[in-house]
Design a protein around this ligand. Structure first.
Ligand SMILES: Nc1ncnc2c1ncn2[C@@H]1O[C@H](COP(=O)(O)OP(=O)(O)O)[C@@H](O)[C@H]1O
Ligand code: SF4
Ligand SMILES: [Mg+2]
Length: 327
């Protein structure tokens, strides 16, 4: 399903440590390797503060990693800067939670949508109206919205404008960071459907970052679950419900009132608090909340092992020495 020729961005071992004071460091993202493929959606899921946005900011070049490297079509672009960075950003567009906040209140929708084209000198003034209408149609908004201001629209409509703006430069990759989090559930679904339709038409690679596993598992080809800066499980979106092995993924799944509202399902709550990212324990980061914690979990940090094809988990229960079929 993931062909090497379709690989667009390869993020290898990305780590980001912030120095908070002379002796205090916060590791927001710890040795994370993930790939973005043409025509595929990678979902990155985990509770708030687990490092999703930090990882993405590094992968798209908005922030320098402390260590690790980023390859774009096989070329190492970790150290790009200046014009090279600007040009590479053309191919990777980001959409944020509330694009309304990013839009200038006195700019009309057509100016917002066409701004990236203007910045790259790709459009003449007299082409703005028709281009804006074309892009609005692509995100299923009426062309007349071109003359509106962002504050004149609903959250869902603003998010469509954000998608139209991201599409303007015809990027290969679109990263959506919590773009549906502030929207009603019904509007969330329509935004996801729009993205999937655009992917089908334009073969875009989508990175969809969310704390909502129930939503992401519906459409992501691959899901990476993050916990305290670490990826703890990677598996196919279709198989999350049946094959998730990591105790954290399972806890996330069990705490979801899923779409079918299965009230017979036991709801497992995670009683302990998530540790402070300033105080991540040695060994497995999930140990204080894990009902399966063993001695080894406190002593050694589990690596991310392939436990079956296209399925990796970082848990001592499933590492290559201990993996048991019956688990
Ligand atoms: N610029 C920064 N300086 C210091 N700490 C940061 C900075 N950015 C993020 N963090 C910390 O890194 C951790 C991960 O944050 P973030 O990547 O925003 O998580 P998420 O997107 O999953 O909510 C958090 O503990 C956050 O407080
Ligand atoms: S390594 Fe141990 S503590 Fe960590 S998730 Fe697996 S069983 Fe739980
Ligand atoms: Mg975030």
């Amino acid at each position: 399903m993931f062909e090497p020729d379709d690989l667009i961005i390869e993020a290898r071992h990305l780590t980001k440590s912030y120095q908070l004071s002379r002796h205090r460091f916060l590791t927001a993202c710890d040795d994370v390797s993930l790939n973005f493929y043409k025509n595929r959606t990678l979902g990155i899921v985990g509770e708030s503060g687990c490092g999703k946005s930090t990882f993405i900011r590094m992968a798209v070049g908005l922030e320098k990693p402390t260590s690790g490297e980023i390859l774009f079509h096989g070329k190492n672009i970790t150290e790009r800067k200046g014009e090279e960075l600007r040009l590479s950003r053309r191919n990777i567009q980001m959409i944020f939670q509330d694009p309304g906040e990013a839009f200038h209140p006195r700019m009309k929708v057509k100016e917002i949508i066409c701004e990236p084209l203007i910045n790259f000198n790709l459009i003449k003034k007299n082409e703005i109206d028709s281009k804006a209408r074309e892009l609005l149609e692509m995100v299923e908004l009426p062309g007349s919205f071109a003359e509106r201001y962002a504050h004149d629209m609903s959250g869902g409509q603003r998010q469509r404008v954000g998608i139209a703006r991201a599409l303007a430069l015809e990027p290969e990759v679109i990263i959506c960071d919590e773009i549906t989090s502030a929207l009603d559930v019904s509007v969330q679904q329509t935004i996801v459907e729009l993205l999937l339709d655009l992917q089908k038409r334009k073969q875009i690679s989508i990175g969809f970052i969310s704390h909502d596993l129930a939503l992401v598992q519906q459409f992501a080809h691959q899901i990476a679950v993050m916990y305290l800066g670490n990826v703890v499980e990677i598996l196919s979106g279709k198989e999350v419900g049946t094959k998730a092995r990591h105790p954290y993924t399972q806890a996330l799944l069990n705490s979801i009132f899923d779409l079918n509202m299965d009230f017979s399902k036991e709801i497992v709550s995670m009683e302990s608090e998530i540790p402070s990212p300033l105080n991540i324990p040695d060994g497995c980061p999930f140990q204080n909340r894990c009902i399966h914690c063993m001695d080894i979990c406190r002593a050694e940090k589990p690596g991310l092992w392939e436990i079956e094809p296209d399925h990796l988990a970082a848990c001592h229960q499933f590492n290559r020495f201990n993996y048991r079929e019956d688990k």
